[in-house]
Design a protein around this ligand. Sequence first.
Ligand SMILES: C[C@H](O)[C@H](O)[C@H]1CNC2=NC(N)=NC(=O)C2=N1
Length: 101
Amino acid sequence: MAERLSAEARKSALKELPGWTDTSGRDAIARTFTFRDFNEAFGFMARAALVAEKNDHQPEWRNVYKTVEVVLATHDAGGVTALDIDLAKAMNAIARQLGVA
Ligand SMILES: C[C@H](O)[C@H](O)[C@H]1CNC2=NC(N)=NC(=O)C2=N1
């Protein structure tokens, strides 16, 4: 099972992850993506869902119109692991492909 990252390891991982921050009150990372419209937001979610399914590691997320709020944590480990960092990187790459940040 994936191990929780130390605060230090999480901090240095976040430096490589534009837009992602620590959440207050729990061991998780978060980013809000803003797209041009709902179609693009949902396209992002569809692509990210394929990655999540492949890795058997799913996000917590909320979509309102063209925004997608994402929180990543490894529930089995009670915090942030390398699985969350990998998914965050994949999400950033997908957003970039869609022309958003
Ligand atoms: C059995 C299965 O692999 C686990 O329950 C997986 C599924 N997806 C998961 N996703 C996330 N985000 N955290 C988990 O701990 C987790 N556990």
